[in-house]
Ligand binder design. Structure first.
Ligand SMILES: Cc1cc2nc3c(=O)[nH]c(=O)nc-3n(C[C@H](O)[C@H](O)[C@H](O)COP(=O)(O)O)c2cc1C
Length: 247
């Protein structure tokens, strides 16, 4: 039985890390591009109605208006809004026996994704790095210093990340899913991260904010900032969040 770091799942994640030294010259297989839309020209076409009057009227504008937002109003976001976004990301919303279910689905209810934040500008919360303790619905302060610049540098120097009042940082704890699903568990970890990020983006829209999902990351730089052991846990995904600039 290979240990975690010998599995092809772990080796895949390791082999696809970005780092500053190799990013320019890393060998990338040539894979020809294909079209964004798939067509079945011979198929019978069923036109879909666009004027539905169903009960999703509250959700539709949030989905319609969500766009990746890379410029933010200068004001901070409130702690209440941040708490709402965290609840939307992974808040506990139900229980069955010993299982505590969350706002986003997870294969086997194993919840391999951890949430960290860099708080740059939130009312009533001094800046710094935090960990989200899902079980107790509290933030664990990890640093006293705002790490917005370091986070932006680690996100392939995307400077808008340094301006965001909050940056979400999502890591995977590989063993949580891989002890049960083996290499296939890696797929599930990545899928979980996608669900979580999308919930945050839609919830942000609901409170006058917006954000941008970011996967262009120098993995080890974020792992070091978070002081996590990257043989067990590693950054997967990030997202900025801030208030929209009103027209
Ligand atoms: C997995 C993933 C990674 C992304 N990484 C970045 C990124 O590093 N920087 C960035 O500016 N946008 C990033 N985006 C945002 C996409 O560019 C954006 O979703 C796309 O252009 C579609 O625009 P929309 O989100 O406004 O609909 C990412 C999106 C996804 C889903």
């Amino acid at each position: 039985m290979p240990e975690l770091k010998e599995t092809s799942g772990f080796q895949y994640l390791k082999g696809t890390r970005f780092d500053r030294l190799t990013i320019q010259n890393r060998p990338r297989p040539f894979i020809a591009e294909v079209e964004t839309f798939k067509h079945y020209p011979q198929a019978q076409k069923v036109a879909l109605p666009r004027t539905w009057q169903l009960t999703e009227e509250r959700l539709s504008p949030l989905i319609q208006n969500r766009r990746s937002l890379r410029k933010y109003a200068p004001e901070p976001i409130s702690l209440e809004h941040l708490a709402f976004l965290l609840w939307a990301s992974q808040g506990i919303t139900g229980q069955a026996g010993r299982y505590l279910f969350r706002s986003t689905p997870s294969a086997g209810a194993l919840y391999p994704v951890e949430t960290y934040l860099n708080v740059h500008s939130v009312t009533g919360l001094a800046p710094g790095l935090f960990h989200f303790d899902v079980q107790n619905f509290v933030l664990d302060r990890l640093t006293e210093e705002d790490q917005a610049d370091a986070v932006a540098r680690a996100c392939l120097d995307q400077s808008f990340m340094a301006q965001a009042p909050v940056v979400f940082l999502w890591t995977g704890v590989f063993r949580r899913a891989m002890h049960k699903y083996g290499n296939r568990g890696v797929r599930y970890i990545l899928l979980d991260a996608g669900h979580i990020c999308q919930n945050v983006m839609i919830a942000a829209e609901a409170v006058g904010c917006g954000g941008c999902p970011v996967a262009a990351i120098y993995d080890s730089e974020i792992n070091q900032l978070l002081q996590i052991d990257e043989e067990e846990e590693s950054i997967l995904y990030a997202a900025s969040v801030g208030k929209k600039i009103l027209p």
